[in-house]
Write a protein of this length. Sequence first.
Length: 253
Amino acid sequence: MFSLRPKLPVSDDERLWVDEGFRRLGHMLGSRRLLDAPIILPTDEFFPDPYHKGLDGMRALFGRVCKYMDVDPARVDLEIIPDDSELRELLPAYDFSSSGAAGLHHGESHRERALIAIKQSQLADPLCLIAVLAHELGHVVLLDDGRMDRDVPDMEPMTDLVTVFLGMGIFTANAARRFTQHQDNFKQGWSMSHLGYLPEPMFGYALALFAHERGEMRPPWTGHLNTNIRTWFRQSAAWLQKQKNLEPVPPSR
């Protein structure tokens, strides 16, 4: 007989890390932040400004993301850096891949404001740019506000997770793997890049846990997830619902 039990797309260790990560973030930020967070969608309702590929366009997106993540933009300086900037050797990287850092964060101190620097090439894709800005502002939320030390071993994955916790997970999950088309006079093809530190299945489970904690059975916002993330979300949501149904009912008083 085939098993009818929902199957998780993540390992037990990965599931437990996400579960514990949500508990840690609830302790740092308060559980109400998760419960009350608006789900930020890639729609004109949330990003009504026309996008221009430059510093002004990036600043407009930055202001929106700061608002949604409850970060004062006056605390943070924002810069564009060339793709081959030496700053990448000096500041923490956002990306594990050999293509280098998509965004960089230099922490706030008593003498200077925090700095977020975005690689020039990221301005070509506003949805990916929003994901990078959300991740780097996650550093501000966790590191600059003293909630986490930079030397914590899982600091970067936790920074991805806080974007889910604060309602920006659609962007960071969809940007975890990006396919882009390229064409010139000599060749045409596709390339793949990775952003962030959580793999796609873990994003799918984290988003399902986010919805589960909020009591959202079939959230309409999953229609904005890419096909892979949406599949892993559904598998995870079914597993979480099954676990809830298996929990013993507490005795009546």
